[in-house]
Design a protein around this ligand. Structure first.
Ligand SMILES: Cc1ncc(COP(=O)(O)O)c(C=O)c1O
Length: 443
């Protein structure tokens, strides 16, 4: 138990047992087993469990709490919306919806000025994919192996990291190219520095497989769920060229990387490319479900002329839009992109120090405040080490640190480390120190 922990009054263990019983009876296990505790409250960089334990959150919730949990401005925006309007008929607009579209566009280059506000990352990708298909007249979609774009029909068909097998055929025309993983070159060509050969080979394979009309390529600027894979400089400009040569539109899925996480408003600004579609989600909503797909005026016009329909129950809802405006204001006021760079440098230094000291850490990579630490049995073989990763992650939790381990069977075992951008330097140090202790005790 951490110092800040205090056992709650009353029979909390009895209540926990009752809840565990209800979990067993009534809950669908959507990602394996649930943890053996319940969270009572979350604030800033910490969550607090029902046993009074304080846990430092190095996952930013499900990567959405970049402002920390329950940021006061987010709480205030929700509260104001409760007095104004929470939800409306999908066809009518509240001012905050229009204002958020305008604010988003103001952050983006002239090619990206038309916005649709939705709720989840999957939905934003679905909207972008549907518009790309409508405007090109094609249906073929290229994704990166190790990608994650959501699990709904269209987004799931372009997701190659998890959740693919056992659910029937993916949408026809779905194709994967190798992910530019410098630590584990997918075409056994590069060693520790990707020279883009995987991209060229990937498109040769795409060309040989294609049987219809191309529509789009979709990619994450950093392949997060797939093991925090950071494509090398020049990757995205070349991807865009390859797309343009085939009449494909480029969709960048910045669910995790937008709004400060990598030290800029958007990762594409660092990557030297402007996509045809930008999908943003998690980090726009400050913890509430808010997403957006953004494209050019010309693409929007063509879609409109062709009768584009993408109505959902919560499209253009005022409450999440009001929260999105608050998130952008906090991002600007608290200079969170700059903060991500400063905190990220501190986190990186701590992780590199652990890398120096522990043979089981094979690789450390990332950008801003999004880092991956790859666990191996030994540096020579680079064999993934999910068993050890699971044990250390469990020990971290006991010591008061929540860490996400991305384990792709046979492929990788990587911690995705992404504290809130509002974390303090002391909290970064606290996390590193707990991780150090947990590794020391487990190896
Ligand atoms: C890059 C990326 N895109 C899309 C999604 C799907 O978002 P959602 O779960 O909100 O549908 C995720 C979720 O983890 C993601 O990481």
């Amino acid at each position: 138990m951490s110092d800040a922990s205090a056992r709650p009054a009353g029979n909390w263990q009895g209540r926990r047992r009752q809840l565990q019983d209800a979990v067993e009876r009534h809950m669908i296990r959507y990602i394996g087993d649930f943890p053996p505790f319940f969270v009572e409250r979350a604030e800033g960089s910490y969550i607090y469990d029902d046993g009074g334990r304080r846990i430092l959150d190095f996952t930013s919730g499900q990567m959405c709490a970049t402002l920390g949990h329950n940021h006061p401005d987010v709480v205030a925006a929700i509260s104001r919306s409760c007095e104004r309007a929470i939800h409306l008929f999908s066809w009518v607009l509240a001012p905050e919806v229009v204002e958020l579209c305008r604010e988003l566009a103001a952050l983006l280059p002239p090619q990206l000025q038309k916005v649709i506000l939705l709720n989840t990352g999957s939905e934003a990708n679905e909207a972008a994919l549907r518009m790309a298909k409508l405007v090109t007249g094609g249906h073929e979609v290229v994704g990166l192996a190790a990608s994650f774009h959501g699990l709904t029909g269209g987004a799931g068909a372009a997701t190659y990291s998890v959740g693919r097998r056992g659910y029937g055929p993916a949408i026809p025309g779905s194709m994967a190219i190798p992910a530019p993983n410098a630590y584990r070159c997918p075409i056994r060509h590069c060693a520790d520095a990707c020279d883009l050969s995987c991209l060229e080979v990937g498109f040769e394979l795409v060309d040989s497989q294609r049987s219809g009309q191309p529509a789009a390529a979709i990619a994450e600027p950093i392949l997060s769920t797939g093991g925090v894979i950071v494509p090398p400089p020049g990757y995205f400009p070349r991807l865009k060229e390859l797309c343009e040569a085939r009449g494909m539109l480029l969709i960048l899925d910045e669910a995790q990387t937008a709004f400060g996480r990598v030290g800029a408003n958007f990762a594409f600004e660092q990557d030297g490319v402007v996509p045809d579609f930008l999908a943003v989600s998690k980090t726009l909503g400050g913890g509430v479900p808010l997403a957006a797909a953004v494209t050019s005026a010309a693409i929007e016009e063509t879609c409109y002329e062709r009768g584009f329909v993408h109505v959902t129950s919560h499209v253009s809802d005022p409450l999440p839009a009001a929260v999105g405006l608050a998130v952008l204001e906090v991002l600007r006021r608290e200079c969170l992109a700059e903060r991500a760079l400063a905190l990220g440098a501190r986190l990186e230094a701590g992780l590199r120090d652990l890398h120096q000291r522990y043979e089981v850490i094979g690789d450390v990579r990332g950008r801003g405040l999004l880092w991956g630490v790859e666990l191996v049995t030994d540096r020579q073989s680079r064999r993934p080490n999910p068993e050890l990763g699971g044990r250390i992650t469990g020990r971290c939790l006991e010591l008061g640190l929540s860490m996400n381990i991305v384990s792709l069977p046979g492929l990788a075992s990587v911690w995705r480390i992404a504290p809130p951008l509002t974390a303090t330097s002391a909290q970064i140090d606290e996390g590193i120190s707990i991780l150090d202790q947990a590794i020391r005790e487990c190896v």
